[in-house]
Write a protein that binds this ligand. Structure first.
Ligand code: HEM
Length: 498
């Protein structure tokens, strides 16, 4: 037989053979190579999905659901898919292993993203980790949070805390709201770093500072309110709850509290003093007003509320746990003596540091971190997380998991004393500042101003609850952080300690 004919026969035969095999291969691929399923989760009802299962304390609701559905869980809220990580292993997958794919920022429709430039002006709301976001974080690190920058602000922080002490001394025996005082102090630490001046006053309701504080509180409130427009984009234009309109107003009004300073600085640029604050640094870089306003707005919003809440929770826990309060007082007496607390004392105050860590464990100001966004589809722990999913890490659930912590619901600073556990983003069972690319850039500042203020409160003042309350009424277990601030701010009576 002609060899050419034989070769042609074999080719035709192979072709037909492959054709016959093709359907089998497709079926096999379907069976063995189909993408893994979505993470398990509660049954989503038509149209509403799992909206009814969320409610007022989403972190607590999600913690309960995770007990049933596992550490990586998915829910459907209207049209939006939400994925929640609730164990250290799942948190590590999201924030470290798949950091690149899962470090986008999910933007609620209450964030005025209509400003097309926001993605390139923002740190918090940058949808992806773009070059501008990297540059902004680098500028903040260099000018505000590096070791050198932090050292250059020690005198400022201590001065602002001294002013707090002087104010408290005038309020002896009167009821004060702890959160407000700390909030003012922290706003002024920030405003002095930004503009070399105070923006707030301890009793400034109605003036610029009062307006700024009010706006920042409201801003946080909108951020924490579930927005129907997020779950049904079709409703976005209607803004049924009015959140989008009010949030937009906030975004526009907050920068008006410093617009005169900015104008004046621009006009006086040629004959300025040698003093260089953050605004000066931003002007030197050549930033436009909208960029300056956005960065400063975000730093005020992200920095003031979180730190004040932490001091407030720590004080509330210490009032409820007098043994811990006494131990802390003892440590302060021994190390600090009669003098005011200084930042240089902080490294020698392990029990104080443990109290702050324990308050952050039980009451993280961002119990679900800030919402992340899946920038691309990826596979995590054998499940598929589709692109554009909203991702939460439930650090509140992890902090209350008896598999991770002994007696997790009790305030026991001692658990941190002989432990290397830190909040710098490497120990995934304890990440109150987040971890990975989006880790809080203000960690160094938060980690210093919170213990400094707390130590000063405890060292120089005795505290009691107002006459009609006792510490049993400080039942904080189910309180949402926002609820504590809005409806039941911690009110205490200071007494100067002789
Ligand atoms: C006790 C104090 C604080 C706590 C517990 C805290 C916690 C957090 C958390 C959990 C996040 C979200 C991380 C994520 O998305 O995964 C965050 C982000 C952020 N924090 Fe803080 N924070 C504190 C203080 C501060 C301070 C003092 C500043 C600045 C003045 C600040 C500025 C920011 C900014 C700008 C972001 C957004 C980062 C980004 O999206 O890239 N925070 N913080």
């Amino acid at each position: 037989m002609d060899p050419d004919t034989v070769t042609a026969d074999i080719s035709i035969f192979s072709f037909l053979y492959a054709l016959l095999l093709l359907p089998f291969l497709v079926i096999l691929k379907h069976i063995f190579l189909k993408p893994p399923p979505l993470p398990p989760g509660p049954y989503p009802w038509p149209i509403i999905g799992n909206l009814l299962q969320m409610g007022k304390n989403p972190h607590a609701k999600l913690a309960n659901l995770a007990k049933l559905h596992g550490p990586l869980m998915s829910l459907r809220l209207g049209t939006q898919l939400m994925v929640v990580a609730s164990s250290p292993a799942a948190a590590m997958e999201v924030l470290k292993t798949h950091d690149r794919a899962l470090s986008g920022r999910y933007l609620s429709s209450s964030v005025p993203v209509k400003n097309p430039k926001l993605n390139h002006l923002s740190i918090v709301f940058a949808k992806d980790c773009n070059t501008n976001w990297k540059n902004l974080r680098a500028i903040c690190r260099m000018e505000l949070f590096s070791g050198k920058a932090m050292e250059s602000q020690v005198e400022l922080r201590e001065r602002k805390v001294t002013e707090l002490v002087e104010f408290l001394a005038t309020k002896e025996g009167e009821v004060v709201k702890v959160m407000d005082l700390v909030f003012t102090t922290i706003c002024n630490i920030l405003s002095n770093k930004f503009f070399s001046m105070d923006l707030c006053d301890f009793e400034d309701e109605g003036r610029v500072g009062g307006a700024l504080k009010d706006l920042i509180h409201k801003n946080a409130e909108f951020g924490a309110t579930p927005n129907l427009s997020d779950y049904y984009p079709i409703l976005g234009g209607l803004d049924i709850q009015g959140i989008n309109r009010k949030a937009k107003e906030m975004f526009e009004r907050i920068p008006t509290t410093w617009e005169d300073i900015l104008k004046e600085r621009r006009t006086q640029r040629s004959n300025r003093s040698s003093h260089r604050d953050f605004l000066e640094a931003l002007l030197e870089i050549g930033f436009e007003d909208d960029q300056i306003n956005q960065v400063i707005l975000e730093l005020f919003s992200a920095g003031a509320e979180t730190s004040s809440l932490t001091v407030e929770w720590a004080m509330a826990e210490l009032i409820r746990n007098q043994d811990a309060m006494d131990k802390l007082r003892g440590e302060l007496r021994q190390i600090v003596g009669e003098s005011p607390v200084r930042e240089s004392h902080l490294p020698r105050l392990p029990y104080l540091q443990a109290c702050v860590k324990e308050a952050l464990r039980l009451h993280p100001p961002a119990p679900l971190l800030l919402p992340h966004l899946a920038a691309e589809t990826c596979q995590v722990m054998g499940y598929t997380i589709p692109k554009d999913s909203q991702i939460f890490v439930n650090i509140w659930a992890m902090a209350r998991d008896p598999k991770i912590w002994d007696d997790p619901l009790s305030f026991k600073p001692e658990r941190f004393l002989d432990s290397k556990l830190d909040f710098k983003g490497n120990d995934f069972e304890y990440i109150p500042f987040g971890a990975g690319r989006r880790i809080c850039p203000g960690l160094a500042l938060g980690g210093r101003q919170v213990p400094l203020i707390l130590a000063t409160f405890v060292h120089l003042f005795g505290w009691s609850l107002p006459g009609n309350m006792d510490s049993a009424q400080l039942d904080m277990e189910e309180w949402l952080v926002i609820t504590l601030r809005k409806e039941q701010p911690l009110r205490l009576v200071p007494r100067v300690r002789k």
